[in-house]
Design a protein around this ligand. Structure first.
Ligand code: GUN
Ligand code: FE
Length: 432
């Protein structure tokens, strides 16, 4: 089905009305017109008689999920090398693997595997890191565009504290490459460039200021890492002695203002810093599987929700081991319970509707009206098939969703069909 055509799909629709609750619309129709949800109805309205329809029967249909933080080149070593904390892990596993992407043949082979797995996953939109290499990053973007995915993808900037082959020769060179790359990305429609300073330790002040200037000129989105690990935070304080802290350091480079900024992790930000992030509308990417694997900590997500911060869920491949956002959502709930038990009894654990909201409308809003099966939202929908999961007692639609979130395998194997912006990008019956 093309994105332009009007069509309808039917099943049990599940969506968030607000962060605290989920709504089930049983045996309902969702209409797609021009790639957008035109309405949701219990009976197909007369005016739509004759349009293409697909009845998904007893299956559940949810809004598309947005994976708001992951590293494409790290997918190759997912589930490996989980024995170190962040800074040693970067040196030992991440940087050596990312160095290989100077070789376009290798990049192509690795990114094909990654892009195919994105298509089959439960997620529809992505906020992705590439590497410092322009050619490899453009190839990745092309592969994602060709598969009908919508994403923000970044050519990484790093000009210090990195191994020679990954360290860009100067801030000037890094900025020139970034400008040229952004221009080349004009050819893509649904996969857009995002400025990607890796994090302060690998980016000189000159580079950060330059990226702040590019943001002001172009309005490009920006992503980075923030307050993930105690040793990293202490390092940033040493690197930026004139700043009040990690958030203030980013702010001093002029990269936080102007919207569409994603900061991954935010495990160790205090109340004052969270207030600043809120004022600037920064998106916080919660990456609980990564935070467990790299012994980073447990982010105070309940506080983020209470403060009304923009936040979403990230798989953080390959700090996180699973591309499945369901898996990551379940882990977010589990670690919030551990945080309450061990650290702070005043913060209630997260609930299924809350993590569902973060993964749909929460992160989705980075892309505009995304993450809801309501009129006016992009027609991003995932059809879930749990028919092979037998139960001796009847389950409600809500219980079925909850169980799939907890039981999903690493590759999101409940996905039966997936629409992005009204385009069918995956069908278990007819793979692409
Ligand atoms: N901080 C800087 N780079 C990275 C990365 O690749 N992964 C994670 N988890 N944190 C980072
Ligand atoms: Fe990351």
């Amino acid at each position: 089905m093309s994105a332009e055509k009007t069509f309808a799909i039917k099943g049990h629709l599940i969506r968030n009305t607000d962060p605290g609750s989920l709504e089930v619309l049983r045996d309902s129709w969702a209409i797609c017109e021009g790639g957008v949800v035109a309405g949701v109805y219990p009976v197909l309205p007369e005016k739509y008689a004759g349009i293409d329809v697909t009845d998904y029967g007893d299956r559940l249909i949810i809004p598309g999920l947005t994976d708001i933080h992951l590293h494409a080149p790290q997918y190759a070593f997912r589930g490996l090398g989980m024995d170190l904390e962040l800074l040693e892990w970067l040196e030992t596993y991440a940087f050596p693997e990312e160095s290989k992407y100077a070789d376009l043949d290798y990049a192509e082979k690795a990114y094909e595997i990654f892009a195919d797995d994105l298509v089959a996953s439960v997620s529809t939109r992505f906020c992705v890191y590439g590497t410092v290499h322009v050619e490899a990053t453009v190839r990745l973007m092309q592969m994602m565009e060709d598969r009908g995915l919508h994403a923000l993808v970044g050519k990484v900037n790093m000009d210090r504290n990195s191994p020679g082959v990954l360290r860009e020769s100067s801030a000037e060179q890094s900025l020139a490459d970034t400008r040229a790359w952004a221009e080349e990305c004009g050819k893509f429609r649904n996969v857009r460039p995002i400025l990607t300073p890796r994090f302060i330790p690998t980016c000189s002040d000159e580079l950060m200021h330059g990226l702040g200037r590019i943001r002001k000129e172009t309005g490009m989105a920006l992503q980075s890492h923030l307050s993930e690990n105690p040793a990293e935070v202490a390092w940033v304080i040493r690197l930026c002695p004139e700043s009040k802290g990690y958030v203030d350091a980013y702010d001093s480079f002029g990269v936080l203002d102007g919207g569409r900024v994603v900061m991954a992790h935010c495990v160790y930000n205090d109340f004052q810093e969270l207030e600043t992030l809120k004022t600037k509308g920064v998106y916080l990417a919660h990456c609980p599987t990564s935070n467990s694997n790299l012994s980073s900590g447990i982010a105070p997500v309940r506080m983020w929700l209470d403060l009304g911060l923009n936040c979403g869920i990230g798989s953080d491949i390959a700090g996180g081991h699973s591309l499945s956002l369901f898996h990551t959502m379940a882990h977010a709930i589990q670690t919030s319970k551990l945080r309450r038990r061990i650290l702070d009894g005043s913060l209630a654990p997260l609930t299924v509707p809350e993590v569902f909201y973060m993964a749909t409308r929460g992160g989705g809003s980075l892309f505009g009206k995304v993450g809801d099966l309501s009129e006016g939202y992009a027609f991003d929908a995932v059809v879930l098939d749990d028919s092979r999961m037998l139960s001796p007692f009847p389950l409600s639609q809500m219980q079925r969703l909850e169980r799939m979130i907890y039981q999903v395998g690493p590759d999101g194997n409940y996905v039966h069909a997936k629409y992005i912006g009204g385009k069918l990008v995956y069908s278990a019956d007819k793979i692409r």
